[in-house]
Design a protein around this ligand. Structure first.
Ligand SMILES: C[S@@+](CC[C@H](N)C(=O)[O-])C[C@H]1O[C@@H](n2cnc3c(N)ncnc32)[C@H](O)[C@@H]1O
Length: 216
């Protein structure tokens, strides 16, 4: 017999890089209609219904088990919309949702990834680019290795930044004069995109939690 929990869906909506102009209309509609809405504190402040008593919200913190329990409980009576930054398929809560719920119960609304927007800002195709994440992790050295013509797109965090990553690339054979594009706060009013050489980056202030693209 089909239970209420199975009938209702978890809608994972990609909200794009930050500015709502970059969110697809399907995601905004799902968020506006949500009876239960999950997301980071900033996303909730921006997109949760302001004067609604009907919409229940849950902020995503380190307590992922608590978030999963909220979702499971709310699914008994309605769909749950989970907002994630960028695209859900690219380093988001989607992995944890798949570990906790049947995949048939999950519907994904794609979003524009910050990585996509960074390549767009540079008018640089990304079909041959190598994409790696330094967000809370360090990619294998082989993923950073230099070969002429290589392009690597990198997510960064507070530890792995525009200052700490260039030496790791130079260790992997990248020339000091390779172009490094630093893409910060993409889509926001204070967005900054600048291009320096790998060698120069070490003498600049650290740019953290943005996108770096290196061109060989
Ligand atoms: C956990 S990952 C999430 C990626 C997200 N799912 C996506 O598709 O963009 C977070 C990282 O994305 C990058 N990021 C997210 N939003 C950004 C923005 N507006 N500008 C630059 N980088 C951003 C930063 O590297 C940040 O540390």
């Amino acid at each position: 017999m089909e239970t209420a929990t199975v009938r209702h869906k978890i809608i994972v909506a990609g909200i794009g890089p930050g500015n709502p102009d970059y969110m697809v209309p399907l995601a905004s509609k799902a968020i506006a209609a949500a009876k239960a809405l999950v997301g980071g504190k900033r996303a909730l402040a921006q997109f949760a219904a302001k004067a609604s008593t009907e919409q229940k919200t849950m902020a995503v913190t380190r307590d992922i088990e608590g978030v999963m329990a909220f979702i499971a409980q709310e699914l008994a009576s309605h769909d749950v919309v989970v907002m994630v930054s960028g695209d859900p398929g690219y380093y988001s809560l989607l992995d944890a949702l798949r570990r906790n719920f049947p995949v048939e119960q999950i519907a994904v609304i794609p979003g524009i990834s910050a990585m996509q927007l960074a390549f767009a800002r540079l008018a640089l195709p990304w079909h041959d680019a190598r994409l790696v994440s330094f967000h809370g992790r360090r990619p294998a050295d082989t993923a950073l290795r230099y070969a002429p013509g290589t392009v690597i797109g990198m997510l960064t965090d507070g530890q792995y930044t525009s200052k700490t990553i260039p030496p790791l690339l130079i260790e992997q054979g990248w020339p000091q004069d390779a172009k490094l594009h630093i893409c910060m706060r993409l889509s926001y009013e204070d967005e900054e995109v600048r291009t320096v050489s790998l060698g120069e980056a070490a003498s600049l202030p650290a740019y953290a939690s943005g996108i770096l693209i290196v061109e060989g």
